[in-house]
Design a protein around this ligand. Structure first.
Ligand code: ZN
Ligand code: ZN
Length: 375
């Protein structure tokens, strides 16, 4: 067998996923599933192909026939690292001047009902809709079960990612000091992510002082001041492509009594949500567990986002831990628990762990201290 590196699982893993995806498409009375590059494609065949204006598309017939990959001849190298060869997938290559959408239709039939990965660009979606004479449906509901419940090798990958980001947080004292800009600190943290085992830094948030009150702040030229509270939310992929995502809040110097008190409520809220995780409870009940603690202390209005998001081959995926999501948690689901409190113009704080639902509870892959860490 051709050897493969740690960038993907063994070919059989993808073979089983493709079979299951075809079966799910069949059950949904669809004729095929179409995936352009993105996390669905990576999930199904272990391909890291990138999306360009030239069409690359995996076609998984619901019939169970061998899937095909329609791909530009000049980009065939993108399939090399994937399981496509070992699985014996049909490769339909094309050169400029050929209509690749017609090639997709030729694999199936005119009038076939297809589901498409939801990251398919409109640039490809619209000509595909044209070929089949109807707007495709989203593949996300089909693949949801498969992607949400992580198998043991995926869980192992998430544990490695969690340990890697914990090692970066453990080194925060090397980077975070008054007098440095957020951007300088962020650049050092990004390098540390790679040093500790990530393939790259996907996001680095250094929210110092008032910037901590903006949950989506990244970094800026702001110079960090003594006594600042600083939100550090960082993550990136670890081979074979599973993401870390962890937030801790640091304080330089002494926190005020009010900051310490409000942070301690946040810490209790995050712990309560983690403790509530077990199979059978709803996603929204986990959100409520965090929110109720904050509400009891009069802080509900300062928690302005959902409690968490699923994670795996993408940073944000299902299940979303949010009010209105009554999906029951199942063993193998992995998601963040990240309540925060944000005081515009003043300061903010967030605590985030990735947890995995176990047979009778939960496992956290992030295990750094949760308190307001003094540096
Ligand atoms: Zn995060
Ligand atoms: Zn997150």
């Amino acid at each position: 067998m051709s050897s493969h590196d740690e960038s993907r699982f063994a070919a059989e893993v993808y073979g089983a996923r493709l079979e299951r995806a075809a079966e799910l498409a069949r059950n949904a009375h669809l004729d095929a599933l179409l995936c352009t590059p993105g996390s669905d494609l990576q999930f199904l065949i272990g391909s890291r192909a990138q999306s360009f204006e030239r069409l690359t598309c995996l076609v998984v017939p619901a019939s169970g026939e061998t899937p095909s990959v329609v791909i530009p001849k000049m980009e065939l190298a993108q399939l090399k690292g994937s399981a496509a060869g070992e699985l014996g997938l049909q490769v339909v290559d094309w050169v400029d001047g050929v209509d690749p959408y017609r090639l997709v239709r030729n694999v199936l039939n005119a009038g076939a009902r297809v589901a498409v990965t939801e990251v398919m660009p409109a640039l490809h979606l619209l000509p595909i809709a044209d070929q089949f004479g109807s707007l495709p449906v989203s593949a996300t509901p089909l693949l949801r079960e498969l992607r949400m419940r992580k198998d043991p090798s995926e869980i192992e990958a998430l544990r490695r990612a969690g340990a890697a980001i914990d090692r970066v947080h453990a080194r925060m004292g090397e980077f975070l000091r008054p007098g440095r800009t957020e951007a300088e600190v962020g650049a050092d943290i990004a390098a540390a992510l790679v040093e500790e085992g990530h393939t790259e830094a996907e996001f680095v948030i250094v929210g110092s002082g008032p910037h901590g009150a903006d949950p989506h702040h990244m970094v800026s030229a702001r110079v960090i001041e003594p006594d600042d509270v600083v939100v550090i939310d960082i993550g990136g992929p670890v081979e074979p492509g599973y993401f870390s995502d962890s937030t801790r809040t640091y304080v330089l110097g002494e926190p005020s009594a009010e900051v310490a008190e409000q942070f301690s409520v946040l810490e209790r809220a995050q712990a309560a949500a983690v403790a509530a995780v077990r199979p059978g409870v709803t996603a929204e009940s986990i959100d409520a567990a965090a929110r109720d603690v904050l509400a009891a202390a009069g802080l509900a209005d300062y928690f302005v986002h959902r409690t968490g998001h699923g994670i795996g081959l993408s940073v944000h995926e299902e299940p979303y831990i949010v009010s209105g999501n009554d999906i029951a948690l199942q063993q193998g689901m992995a998601f963040s628990i990240e309540p925060g409190i944000y005081f515009p113009g003043q300061w903010g704080a967030r605590i985030e762990d990735i947890v995995i639902v176990t047979e009778d509870g939960r496992e956290s892959v992030n295990n750094r201290p949760h308190g307001l860490t003094r540096l």
